[in-house]
Design a protein around this ligand. Sequence first.
Ligand code: GLN
Length: 380
Amino acid sequence: ISKRCGTFTDSVIRRMTRICQKYNAVNLSQGFPDFDPPRELLERLSQVAYEDYHQYSITWGAANFRQALAEKQSKLMGRKISPEGEIVVTSGSTEAMMAAVLTVTNPGDKVVVFSPFYENYAADAILSGAEPVYVNLIPPSFSFDKDELEEAFRLHPKAIILCNPSNPCGKVFTEDELRYIGDLAVKYDVFVITDEVYEHIVYSPNHHVYMASLPGMWDRTISCGSLSKTYSITGWRLGYVIAPSFIIDNVRKVHDFLTVGAAAPLQEAAVTALNFGNEYYEDLQDKYTHKRDLFLQGLDRIGLKHTVPQGAYYVLVDISEFDYDDDLKFCEDLASVVGVGAVPGSSFFKDGKVKQYIRLHFAKKDETLIEALDRLSSIR
Ligand code: GLN
């Protein structure tokens, strides 16, 4: 067994899903919806089964999927994205991120990661032979210290990973913050690898700004995205990388040998979703705003202290008032005794050192959230 395998564990997020299944707990740990994807998308999926999409698509993505995605993202990102040269379709943004890090780093290179962070990034760096350098996002606003960030850039990292809107803290980076990060990336010649899977789940008055759309940033930004959260299809594993062609040419090679390609029939069906009009995204925003408010009000009623997300669908609940040293043990007890699944916050923080939070998500039917809140109220 390689030494590399000794340097990281399996995903705690996904482990918690297995624990929830064992105890029949309401699973607010791994972030995925329990409601249906849009009906039109499902109808198209059922037709596709009888059409000719059962063999490999082009490695870097079916032409009509890339065309539809390029049209959608060009409008959002304010630049004409070439479906031919600037997109690779991947097996989820998990593969997109892995391929991006493998494409730009050499073994021994440093990669800046904000902490708290989505747990895949450390594994992406380690699997590439790169070394994560962490910069704190400081609660309660989860803003960063400018000097601490520049300090990290002075180590001459190859890339910075930017999750915006951020999992798990719900931060939406402001344009000023993005410009500050972008200016440092230019000054120190660093790539920015974004994870923007929550681009459409942002709560008013916050709004999402694409790093790649800022002046001077297109040439050094590798934008990773996904259809999972936007269309409630986490199991379809459809993600993508968007970047300038000199990067994409290389992401294609990495992707080719990682997975050959994303599932062809699912790409074909998903074109329907990529062609949805603005109304779909407005409704999605309204739906998640309602769920966030329902869930946060419930936590307030129970008297649990929590973050207020500006985007994405996660809440960090502060458990310091409870008599636990170990947040994993807290989550195990929460699943087995209270019947609610959460992710121990330590899995998102540098070196697992911060143990005062658990992460809950609210991408669930209202009735599921109400049931979870009802169960949570018994912890008092
Ligand atoms: N992004 C989701 C989370 O943080 C799901 C992660 C996953 O398991 N791929 O829970």
